[in-house]
Design a protein around this ligand. Structure first.
Ligand SMILES: [Zn+2]
Length: 300
């Protein structure tokens, strides 16, 4: 068998590069004519409650960064939950199993307040470095752990750091998950194809543009600093929402409790909710509900 890793990409035969591109692909679009109850636009907030696992996944032991993770649990998530309750807006929280074990009360509160919890790795590990067996075991174990903590079986997954391995989709399908939300081939929901074959798994697409991390991430000992002021981030998110509303699409957002959960930033989410509420015909829903509705009501 040819060892393609020993070849330069410009030496690859066409069948090889085509195979890499076509392994996981967007199939049919799932775009309903209107959303639940005749709504014009779907509004889907997500929060990735990584907490201490961002430090643990790299083998780190920094007490300071563990404290930052604890902030996500002690301040960030309660701040977000209080805001969602104020406006009666459901959301989806993607939680690494280790974060759920560290903070089980948080997960139980999230579920009790009507929100969804989705799969988000074991300890925020990257999938692309794992074997099929390891990745499969980890995803199964993580789903079982979340169910044990919350009493609810997950129906959707977001890979940690949106790192999707060549095995992730196969395992997602084997686990019977309804949707994934880690890829970005479209602005509407779509069916994922595995080597050209429909899988029945819905993708609810994400984007770095609609993620707080690229704007607000800060690392003390690296050259990474927030470079966009909160007003600028709000302006980007607002334009994403306004255009989704005009087009009858989905406004999907990814935030992190330890990045958005601050007095000078949380208003961004509140303003977006107020804008969407003022329209009068926006459907606020969990990722699971948006993915299922899009699949079951696709125009054709
Ligand atoms: Zn994460």
């Amino acid at each position: 068998m040819t060892d393609y890793s020993k070849m330069e990409p410009w030496q690859w035969p066409e069948a090889h590069w085509r195979g890499l591109v076509n392994h996981v692909r967007a199939g049919r679009t799932y775009k309903p004519k209107s959303w639940k109850g005749g709504a014009r636009c779907a509004f889907a907030l997500s929060f990735d409650s990584d907490h201490e696992t961002n430090e643990l996944r790299d083998g780190g032991k920094s007490v300071g960064r563990m404290a930052w993770g604890q902030y996500g649990n002690r301040v960030g998530v309660p701040m977000i939950l209080n805001l969602l309750k104020k406006y009666d807006v459901p959301a989806t929280f993607f939680v690494p199993a280790v974060a759920a074990l560290l903070h089980p009360d948080e997960q139980r509160r999230v579920v009790a307040e009507g929100h969804e919890i989705g799969l988000h790795s074991w300890i925020h590990e990257l999938n692309s470095v794992l074997s099929y067996d390891d990745e499969r075991n980890i995803m199964m174990r993580s789903a079982d752990t979340l169910e044990k903590v919350t009493g609810v079986r997950v129906v959707g997954s977001r890979t940690a750091s949106w790192d999707f391995s060549p095995h992730t989709l196969r395992i997602t399908k084997e686990m019977g998950l309804a949707y994934d939300t880690s890829l970005m081939a479209d602005i509407d929901c779509y069916e994922l194809l595995l080597d050209g074959e429909p899988t029945g798994v819905v993708e609810l697409p994400v984007e770095w543009i609609r993620d707080d991390a690229p704007y607000f991430m800060m690392l003390r000992f690296q050259n990474l600093r927030p470079y966009t002021p909160p007003e600028g981030v709000f302006d980007i998110f607002r334009r994403e929402f306004e255009a989704a509303y005009e087009e009858g699409g989905i406004f999907q957002l990814t935030c992190h409790p330890h990045m958005i959960g601050y007095r000078s930033r949380i208003w961004i989410i509140e303003e977006l909710i107020r804008l969407a509420k003022a329209k009068g015909d926006v459907w606020f829903a969990t990722h699971a509900d948006v993915a299922a509705f899009a699949r079951d009501n696709a125009a054709d």
